[in-house]
Ligand binder design. Structure first.
Ligand code: LLP
Length: 427
């Protein structure tokens, strides 16, 4: 279901030759496939079938305006976590009325901005936040729509940095405290209870924890719904994707699999959760991020140097941890594919590292790859989610450009940052 494949030995994104594109725009550069994003969006819609639902794209995964616009056209709402993300959604032609506003640390000016724009719901994560939203709404003379994010205390099989559904995590309100906080919300004059929300983590490849969270929350949802006439139950995001072997299998949206051999398709995910959700008789919101855009993006990079030492061999490439931090931060695996297919090249065991001055700046360690020479290009696969959005200017490296491919058209949707712009805000 993704649109990266070799044609005449050259890696293409849809109809665009990535080797020629690399030479044209330079590297490092992010490239996204519009078709893949649409396919994944539609696959998830289809899997959810007749369940009354709405997909609120988790903007944090990739907030390029062109991608927001594309998803808006598909009918997505948006899950945002900052005033900046709301600003971007509005810039992309979306409206605040399509946005749920998540996050444990909403700032007063962000709350005021979102209220002024008419945000659909604040997903509230603490008592203090509830009081602050009530006070700001009072000052503005309006009622703020809210949902409580409830933490179901379930174990999620994922990297511990992106697991959010345990009571020890900073997220949400404990199951045992949620009902009294709803009572408090109902007693505050400037709040309107709109929904209930949960999110247990990210890159999850088993249906069981999602189901467990839904089942744990169901009695509460039913009680709250009876008292306050809820408009939605959001079950968050978190559906994982293929990071290994996606190119070979070609059906990433359907079969997420890890090296451990676990699999979870959109269809299977839906099949497990549909029944208990249908019984609730309440519109269900989902907040997918990675699932929609993860396999839809690659980071193109060039081999600058081969460095061979008695201990190890290195390919030093021109992309670094500042461009894609997932391997350094989460030990995330990304497949690496040469842009020109390596039919007759020998395999070698090698580290692929960036130019940044840290030993954590690597894309692969001891990876078996076809031998690559200086000047050749490769693609860091499945970099469409949590790639450029987490990039930084560390080592005063400008942010890379982004290109959106649609069929055989490649459009520059973010230009490469200039050195001048590196210092623009400095005084
Ligand atoms: N909803 C909420 C409230 C979230 O916190 C998140 C992600 C999502 C939805 C979307 O989750 P997804 O469907 O993308 O799994 N930077 C990390 C992932 C951080 C996820 C943060 N929250 C990574 O690169 O793996």
């Amino acid at each position: 279901m993704h649109s990266f494949h070799y044609i005449n030995s050259v890696l293409h994104c849809e109809g665009v030759d990535l080797e020629s594109l690399s030479q044209e725009v330079g590297t490092p550069a992010y490239v996204y496939s519009a078709r893949t994003i649409r396919d994944h969006f539609r696959a998830l819609q289809k899997a959810l079938g007749s369940l009354p639902h709405r997909l609120c794209y988790a903007v944090k995964a990739n907030s390029n305006l062109a991608i927001l616009r594309l998803l808006k056209e598909e009918g997505a709402g948006f899950d945002i976590v900052s005033g900046g993300e709301l600003f971007k959604v509005l810039k992309a032609g979306g409206s605040a009325g399509q946005c749920t506003f998540a996050g444990v640390g909403k700032m007063p000016h962000e709350i005021e901005y979102a209220l002024g724009e008419g945000v659909y719901s604040f997903n509230v994560e603490s008592e203090g936040e509830l009081d602050l939203i009530n006070a700001i709404a009072g000052r503005l003379g309006c009622k703020a729509p809210i949902a409580l994010r409830v933490n179901p205390d379930v174990d999620t099989p994922t990297h511990h940095y992106i697991s959010t559904g345990r009571h020890k995590n900073k997220f949400g309100i404990g199951l045992d405290r949620a009902e009294s906080l709803y009572e408090r919300a109902a007693s505050l004059p400037h709040l309107k209870i709109r929904g209930i929300q949960t999110h247990i983590g990210s890159q999850i490849l088993r249906a069981a924890p999602f189901l467990e969270a839904i089942e744990k929350l169901t009695p509460l949802v039913q009680r709250i719904q009876a008292r306050y006439a809820l408009e939605f139950f959001s079950i968050g995001g978190g559906l994982g994707i293929v990071y290994q072997g996606a190119l070979a299998s070609g059906d990433a949206a359907w079969w997420a699999q890890e090296s451990r051999g676990e699999k979870l398709s959109a269809h299977d995910y839906a099949r497990h959760i549909l029944k208990p959700l249908e019984q609730l008789n309440l519109p269900i919101f989902l907040e997918p991020g990675r699932f929609l855009v993860g396999n839809a993006g690659v980071l193109l990079t060039k081999v600058l140097y081969r460095k061979e030492t008695p201990e190890k061999n290195f390919l030093i490439v021109d992309a670094g941890m500042n461009d894609l931090i997932r391997p350094a931060l989460y030990q995330g695996h990304h497949d690496l594919e040469p842009l020109v297919a390596p039919d007759d090249r020998p395999l070698e065991k090698i580290d692929v590292v960036g130019p940044v001055c840290e030993s954590g700046d690597f894309f692969a360690q001891d990876r078996r790859l076809p031998r690559m020479e200086e000047g050749e290009h490769l693609a860091v696969m499945s970099a469409g989610a949590y790639g450029l959005v987490m990039a930084s200017n560390y080592n005063a490296r400008p942010l890379p450009p982004e290109i959106l491919v649609n069929g055989s058209t490649a459009s520059l949707v973010r230009r490469r940052q200039s050195w001048e712009n590196l210092v623009r805000e400095e005084i």
